[in-house]
Design a protein around this ligand. Sequence first.
Ligand code: NAP
Length: 513
Amino acid sequence: MIQLQSYVCGNWNAGEGDPKPLHDPTTEAVLGEVRPGGVDFAAVLAHAREQGGPALRAMTFAERAAVLKGLAGVIHQHRDELIEIAGRNGGNTRGDAKFDLDGASGTLAFYAKLGSKLDGQHLLDGDVDQLGRTPRFSGQHLLVPRTGVAVHINAFNFPAWGMGEKMACALLAGVPVIEKAGHASAMLAHRIAQLVVESGILPEGAFQFLPGSVSGLLDLLGPQDTVAFTGSAKTGALIRGNQNLIARNVRVNVEADSINSAVLGPDAELDSDTREQFLGNVAIDMTQKAGQKCTAVRRIFVPEDMVDEICEELQARLEGTAIGNPLDTNHRMGPVASKAQFDDVRGGIDQLAAVAEIVTGGSEPHSTPGYFVKPTLLRAKDGSAAILHELEVFGPCATVIPYSGDAAEVVELVNRGGGSLVASVYSDDKRFVETVVRGLAPWHGRVWLGSEKTMGQALGPGAVLPGSIHGGPGRAGGGEELGGLRGLMPYLQRTAIQGDRAVLTRIFGGGES
Ligand code: NAP
């Protein structure tokens, strides 16, 4: 049995307090434990602020980019070992684990490449603007690293990617990170932390790792610090409401849960590539990582006259999914990550079943032992039932909701989700697509368009790509991550420098805009 440790102040710390077990969700066996307390958070913050921050800020963007490249290499070199851990502690199939791990190394590599093209220790934001009667008195917006720490609170479902994508942006910006792992799958994050520390790639104090509780840490943060949280809307609201964070205007970015949608256009004929793309993506989204993706589709909007055949098609695909021990490469779907998830998902299916009929699956376990849930497709009896648009069942479960085929109607229904990470739209009718995109954009972080022309060209809507933003308004947390250089903004301070144009050019002219 493995005892997970924190990496703080340059040492591994076994923690204190009652141990919290870590399970193999396939067998329910205990694999390890975490002792939640015993970390001196004031010392952790001082270590990051006094050692990690100054060391990172002394480097140029390009030098920090080289560090990210090294970190991507570390994860990639240990890929097979990490896939095995993700299978045992996270219930991930090999494909699921690669999605997480390659997402982490790919995002680090993306930011390494982006940063390698940036010179110096600051970024310019926009051009020099004349502010006085003559160009002599001018202004220039500058972006500089903040002098605090980045506290990253990660969800259990992407232990590698979640940590990697946040680290990439903060470290490239020049800000030291403190990574809190989600409990259920913390063994993978812990092993990555060990590899990062062993690699010696990062300056001391630039990376600290906490698998236990962060209770009390947020109360010590100050105005130069940033909190980036990923998890449930409930925990997100608790963090946002922290009195110290409010009082000291600590930056907080929240990536929360989301009732994502797929919309099939009325023109998507039987056997068309567009419909095929829709069916394939929905089935993958529902079963990949056993549906435990923040971007997974939860609501499937289908024109009324196509609902019967779409339900039949999806049922066949879902019932054909081989479910079982994720370490067996014949299996395409493993268990959900924990007993708490198992109970939550089954309870959620029962709640949805009050307003929708079950097409396939249901809340009965797929098999025992283990936390195996059946892929569950429901068909709404009444598409306006509030629970369909409000309850996130974080597992292999989604509901088909009929609509008339009218673009304005489907926009109104989708936006009842209150703000989502992603909606996908499958249609080759340009007028339908335009109306839907314009209607959905204010309520979504991302709108993904499927069509005949993009068939086979793109990763599905569930994939988060570092060049595009990830996040969403309202229910989805109101946050924004990634999106190229936009992802660095939570960690940089934008300052307008006003004065003699010649001085501005001499001091700051070497930066990038
Ligand atoms: P969670 O229960 O909200 O936990 C998220 C993180 O917050 C964990 O590290 C957790 O630690 C920590 N935490 C819990 N209570 C806290 C508190 N009072 N103060 C500070 N930290 C606290 O969510 P989860 O079950 O891990 O993740 C599933 C949810 O995340 C789903 O709803 C999913 O939609 C959402 N999600 C969103 C995104 C996105 O990008 N928008 C991505 C992935 C997942 P412990 O695990 O130790 O309790």
